[in-house]
Design a protein. Structure first.
Length: 157
């Protein structure tokens, strides 16, 4: 028999699991991480609000996009307590994530364009590195692949 929603008494973990595709153990993990806050019945059973289905779905999507649990937790903190989040509440969160995703996309596009050329890593093993990074001048900016991290060849001087 399938778990059924319990209306004003909250949703069972089994029902939330069925709706989100998450295992109950994953839902309990996200509870431990503070991403959902189910309430307890008098007998101690977890019960979830309908809004928790959306929260958990948001967590799954956000993780798939590469956001960390602390980043997701911080975003979810901005949602209202005591009421179901509105479309406007979710738009506010998505705008913040959109800015981060736009930045990541730009960084990945730059990486794609520079992958076969000098990346400012300091190896100076490619002929083109001597053109973009003569004598490893970009190292003054710090360690790592400086051009892939956002520095420009013009900043090497």
């Amino acid at each position: 028999m399938k778990n059924k929603p319990l209306g004003k008494f909250g949703l069972s973990i089994g029902y939330v699991s069925e709706r989100t595709g998450l295992a109950p153990s994953a839902i309990r993990f996200y509870e431990d991480e503070g991403l959902v806050q189910p309430f307890r019945t008098d007998s101690g059973q977890r019960r979830f609000d309908r809004a928790d289905i959306r929260r958990l779905s948001f967590v799954m999507i956000s993780q798939g996009l590469g956001f960390s649990l602390p980043e997701i937790r911080e975003a979810l903190k901005s949602l209202p307590e005591g009421r179901t989040p509105t479309k406007r509440d979710w738009e506010r969160i998505s705008a913040r994530f959109r800015r981060d995703l736009d930045s990541r996309i730009a960084q990945m596009q730059a990486l794609r364009e520079k992958l076969d050329g000098c990346i400012g890593c300091g190896c100076l093993s490619l002929q083109t590195c001597k053109l973009y990074n003569p004598d490893d001048r970009i190292r003054r900016k710090g360690q790592g692949p400086r051009y892939l991290m956002g520095d420009r060849p013009s900043e090497a001087t």
